[in-house]
Design a protein around this ligand. Structure first.
Ligand code: AMP
Length: 283
């Protein structure tokens, strides 16, 4: 039976009890509007850990003033239904007031790698992410936490947080789950119109084409970047936020494609800002 816990204190008590029994807690933090991408993390936790906690919390601290905090899709009843059938032990649904009470004034800053990609186009985003993730880690006290490679930079930022602040938590990255036609699953795909949905296909298609071009011998990051941009801008209603061909860990760019390269991009289509990425290993 899945238990729903809304109080921070109760969540801590539950975790202390489970840890006292020497059980391994797996943790999947989410913002809800659950899809197969989230479920792949849940299933990984269920198979690796004794108990699984999933949190749903739309974290205000990671949204900018002009972003979609108010309209972010909230589908709590459907999410509960989905989770009930999985075997998750606890759904943690903290209240905003409990996590950010009056007088809250402590934030976590990760330097360096947050100056690139999403960190550059969403100032304050990773500060909000790192803060909520550290808070949730302290409350849930997991042995392993599961994150998706869809948010590649976020995964790297969290690995850095865990390393730098000496947290005893294993971070498990999970592959991107896609729709049959290649679109990376995302709660924000709901914002897409029918035409936008078609245009959105160009993200994964352009990444795939770039991979073939590199495998065939193209070595210029600039040429690859330009080709991706062209493929995406050909489609109706797309506005490229960034396209980066870079190091998968520190996100620095070089003129020549390295042996292991991350191609990451963010594109606005109507109200949706979509991200996708691909790791390319050069032969
Ligand atoms: P979100 O609810 O969007 O904050 O995502 C919660 C977790 O699910 C994060 O670790 C994401 O990286 C992960 N996630 C979201 N979409 C996908 C996807 N399509 N494939 C794999 N993981 C995903």
């Amino acid at each position: 039976m899945m238990e729903t816990i809304t109080s921070v204190e109760e969540m801590k008590v539950w975790s202390r009890r489970i840890c006292g029994d020497d059980k391994v807690i797996g943790f999947v933090p989410t913002m809800g509007c659950l899809h197969e991408g989230h479920l792949s993390l849940v299933n990984a936790s269920l198979s690796e850990c004794d108990s699984t906690v999933v949190s749903i919390f739309v974290n205000p601290a990671q949204f900018g003033p002009d972003e979609d905090l108010e309209s972010y899709p909230r589908t709590l009843e459907a999410d509960k239904e989905i989770l009930r059938s999985t075997g998750v032990d606890v759904l943690f649904l903290p209240a905003k007031e409990d996590l950010y009470p009056d007088g809250f004034q402590s934030f976590v800053e990760i330097e360096g790698k947050t100056n690139y990609l999403c960190g550059k186009s969403r100032p304050g985003f990773f500060r909000g992410v790192a803060t909520i993730v550290l808070k949730l880690f302290n409350i849930v006290n997991p042995h392993t936490a599961f994150f998706g490679e869809k948010d590649w930079q976020q995964l790297e930022v969290i690995r850095t947080l865990v390393r730098d602040l000496n947290l005893d938590i294993k971070i498990a990255g999970q592959p991107i789950v896609r729709e049959n036609d290649g679109l990376a699953m995302s709660s924000r795909n709901r914002y897409l119109s029918e035409e936008g949905r078609l245009s959105a296909l160009s993200l994964s298609q352009a990444l795939k084409t770039a991979q073939s071009r590199i495998e065939q011998g193209e070595r210029s990051t600039e040429i690859i970047r330009n080709e991706i941009r062209q493929m995406i801008e050909q489609k109706n209603g797309t506005e490229v936020d960034y396209i980066s061909v870079c190091d998968p860990e520190d996100f620095s760019e070089s003129e020549e494609i390295r042996s292991r390269t991350l191609i990451a991009l963010a594109v606005r289509i109507g109200k949706a800002r979509l991200i996708d990425n691909r790791i390319i290993e050069r032969a």
